[in-house]
Design a protein around this ligand. Structure first.
Ligand code: SF4
Length: 422
């Protein structure tokens, strides 16, 4: 199967943003947007890290030359290096990874290599931060392109969350009731900055992934009357709805409006306050795409990621994390037809690995996660050859105090168990 990168470069008309074909070095310099692709309309926060100009040699090398330079650097570094590749990463990068997975699986995979001096995370910024929080102090976590952020994670910044928290504390108070339940607990999705994970750790809150969001919400409801859930409204809404929370009890919190754009009574009646954030990749999926897939393939099994909007999740057969999707494909009887609603690199890789099935992406337009796409092999070669020369480029280091709070929130998540396993 033709790789996503090859399609982007050779048939730009088939993609959501033809200028993706220019490669990341032309749009890394753009000051105000995430660059071409699904996320281009979202503003980049002023404090987001910027990538310096990649040495020209790396932008001019052929794909084969980059490939052999990466392999050579990897061989030289041996066990001193571990490379992590996210499911949504392009094949030309992922093939060099020692581990492939979602963000939390990868951070945990790095823990199995405590002797590695360098952890090169081929994902996005918040993932590298999480790896730094969980790795040893002697290990350097490296993000090959500092401009590889996540538009969803950037939709909830620490200042806006602290402002929201102050308004809500004034409304609800902070005192626990007779059963010891507090008025509100913060829950952050793994796809958030370290500062927000630290905020949750410091305020009795917790982190969740798309695999354990329901377990985490149950944990929170045992301790609080309400949850402030950020940054992804869709994961929060889809999860709480499946648990029986009514939509009326899930007001949206818009950080640009007083009281998040709500009246006091709806906030008092709320169970889950949903931050106004979303993934630009997953919001592209529609009910019409599902209807078309069903019309063309009557036996199709439709699986979508819970970052998709609620009507899409409701219209699908199943919704689950990247790991859920991968396992569902592996476990299906040969000959199953899957229409999958998640990032194109993962869908195409599953299709290539499982020729016994028919697997296609719900979205007919090739639209990779444009921030993940910034990890071009040129950047990977640059950071690896830097390590060979004794230079650590693009190290991601989380402030010690923030990391302490974030670790507390992550440990609470690891300790939270579904009721049946207690
Ligand atoms: S797919 Fe969406 S949530 Fe994941 S890194 Fe890309 S923009 Fe962020």
């Amino acid at each position: 199967m033709t790789s996503v990168d090859t399609v982007v470069r050779s048939a730009p008309g088939a993609t959501c943003a033809p200028d993706l074909a220019d490669g990341p070095w032309t749009f890394d310099l753009a000051p105000a947007s995430y660059g071409p692709g699904a996320s281009m309309a979202d503003p980049i926060p002023a404090e987001a890290p910027r990538q310096g100009v990649l040495p020209a040699a790396y932008t001019q090398m052929s794909a084969d030359e980059l490939d052999s330079r990466i392999r050579a650097a990897k061989d030289t570094l041996g066990d001193r290096l571990v490379i992590l590749g996210h499911f949504y990463q392009r094949d030309e990068v992922v093939k060099h990874a020692d581990f492939i997975g979602d963000s939390f699986q990868l951070a945990n995979a790095a823990l199995t290599r405590p002797d590695a001096e360098a952890i090169v995370f081929c994902g996005v910024h918040f993932m590298a931060e999480t790896a730094d929080i969980l790795s040893g102090p002697q290990q350097a976590v490296i993000l090959p392109n500092l401009a590889a952020g996540c538009s969803m994670a950037d939709m909830a910044d620490i200042d806006s969350v602290e402002q929201a928290w102050a308004e809500l504390e004034e409304l609800y108070g902070t005192a626990p009731d007779a059963d010891g339940k507090v008025p509100l607990i913060p829950v952050t999705y793994m796809n958030s900055s370290a500062a927000l994970k630290g905020f949750c750790g410091d305020h009795g809150g917790i982190v969740c992934t798309s695999s354990n969001a329901e377990t985490v919400l149950r944990w929170a409801f045992e301790r609080a009357h309400r949850v402030l859930f950020f940054p992804d409204q869709h994961l929060g809404r889809n999860t709480a709805k499946a648990m029986g929370v009514s939509l009326d009890a899930m007001p949206m919190w818009n950080p640009r409006k007083p009281l998040g754009g709500n009246d006091e009574q709806s906030l008092v009646d709320a169970k889950v306050l949903l931050w106004h954030g979303f993934c630009s990749v997953h919001k592209r999926f529609t009910v019409a795409q599902i209807e078309k897939a069903r019309a063309e393939h009557p036996d199709v099994r439709v699986i979508v990621h819970p970052e998709c909007p609620m009507p899409v999740v409701d219209a699908a057969d199943e919704a689950g994390s990247t790991d859920y999707i991968r396992k569902a494909v592996e476990a299906a009887p040969a000959g199953t037809t899957f229409a999958i609603g998640t990032e194109i690199n993962l869908v195409q890789r599953l299709a290539a690995e499982h020729p016994e099935h028919t697997i296609f992406c719900l979205d007919p337009v090739v639209c990779p996660c444009s921030t993940m796409y910034r990890i071009h092999p040129g950047y990977l070669a640059w950071v690896l050859e830097g390590l060979v020369d004794g230079r650590v480029e693009n190290r991601i280091e989380v402030d010690a105090q923030v990391a302490g709070g974030a670790r507390v929130a992550l440990e609470r998540m690891l300790a939270a168990r579904p009721p049946e396993t207690r």
